[in-house]
Design a protein. Structure first.
Length: 277
């Protein structure tokens, strides 16, 4: 499946705009996770475009955005950066927001710091909901990162085989057999070429999400029942979520709900934004 990049600007962050098919459509911003890239949102973009102008973000040291060693990589600092870049590059004054994992934490910080810009948030398997902050090595994603780094050169050929996709993605999702070769290749190359991974991981150490979000901003938090990256036992503390948020568990779902259940995720996005399908 091919997705046309209509507008791309390179300042501090590489952003991509996918214009809506509807006139005067609102904007939605998609923020990827650690070791990922804007390509992670390919399953959602065609489902969102009928109602939204879709903006995807490559965070520092990920995708097409180079790593700037002077840029603080904690979620709060990155939230400020994303808001600045989105509003400057596209002159957007308000937007709905979706983030996955690290990007889910960043999205929540964006809502906390910039309630005048953020209209709603859907956080997919967000990081930061742990009672005890981690002091070393961010949990999860180790298997796929090792797989990606060791196989990047041969990935275009390697991932044609189901056994190879199983090796790389079985721990990511119980529905890995349904993943396209393109999705697996995008994810593998994003992880293999993410010089910001270590800095992003270190930026979460000794921290957790504890910011306050205006109750007027709808918040939906979605985890999969088979999330091996941020397991429920240590990384899904509901008491840390904003009191007004909706917390949902998707069945047969891993750490990337937009891959396992794209239609259901879009339905939750529309519901949070108050859009009638």
């Amino acid at each position: 499946m091919r997705h046309g990049v209509i507008s791309e600007f390179k300042m501090n962050l590489s952003l991509q705009l996918f214009p809506s098919e509807a006139e005067s459509a609102p904007h939605i911003v998609l923020v990827h996770g650690l070791g990922s890239a804007a390509t992670a949102w390919k399953p959602l973009i065609p489902l969102l475009k009928p109602r939204y102008n879709v903006i995807t973000v490559d965070l520092p040291g990920h995708g097409k955005t180079p790593l700037d060693k002077t840029q603080p990589m904690d979620p709060h600092s990155l939230a400020k950066l994303v808001v600045k870049e989105v509003t400057n590059q596209f002159s957007v004054t308000s937007f709905d927001l979706v983030g996955n994992s690290w990007g889910g934490w960043i999205a929540l910080e964006m809502a906390a710091d910039h309630p005048h810009f953020v209209k709603s948030v859907v956080a997919l398997a967000p990081a930061g909901f742990w009672l005890a902050s981690f002091v070393q090595s961010f949990p999860g994603e180790k298997a796929i990162r090792l797989f990606a780094k060791n196989t990047a050169a041969i990935a275009p050929t390697f991932l044609k085989y189901e056994w190879a996709r199983k090796y790389g993605f079985e721990s990511v999702s119980p529905r890995w057999r349904e993943f396209s070769e393109e999705l697996c290749l995008d994810a593998t190359m994003a992880m293999a070429n993410s010089p910001g991974y270590v800095a992003g991981s270190n930026g979460m150490l000794k921290k957790r999400f504890d910011s306050k979000i205006d109750p007027a901003i709808p918040i939906t938090i979605i985890f999969g029942d088979s999330d091996n990256t941020l397991p429920a036992s240590i990384c899904q503390e509901r008491t840390m979520a904003p009191a007004h948020s909706q917390w949902k568990i998707f069945e047969e779902c891993g750490h990337a709900p937009m891959w396992d259940h794209p239609q259901e995720v879009v339905a939750e996005i529309f519901a949070a934004a108050g859009i009638n399908r």
